[in-house]
Design a protein around this ligand. Sequence first.
Ligand code: FES
Length: 115
Amino acid sequence: MNHIAVRRQLNQMALHRVCRISELNPGEVRRIDDPPVAVFNVNGAFFAISDVCTHAEASLSEGQVDGETVECPLHGACFDLRTGEALTPPAIEPVQTFAVVLQDDEVYVDVGGSS
Ligand code: FES
């Protein structure tokens, strides 16, 4: 895909700016509010999931990250950051995942391209 095609594809996405890449270091998380999305940097790999636990109202950006999983701070359900899958109860439903786009030293989340 050439440069113009990439630009065209990016323009069709619903990108929300999160922060500069340098402001989201490995082991850190950032949250955007509308919609609520948590963006994680795990050893240089970026993942974005809904910030709202599917079990109840808890913010997953406040959870403990272990590898490519995050543990909900309220009741301890674990979610796969790559797929959104609920790995342990009490959560059963997956959280939404979102594509992360790194462009011009900025981190964006495609809130229109969720899965
Ligand atoms: Fe997340 Fe209960 S609110 S596991």
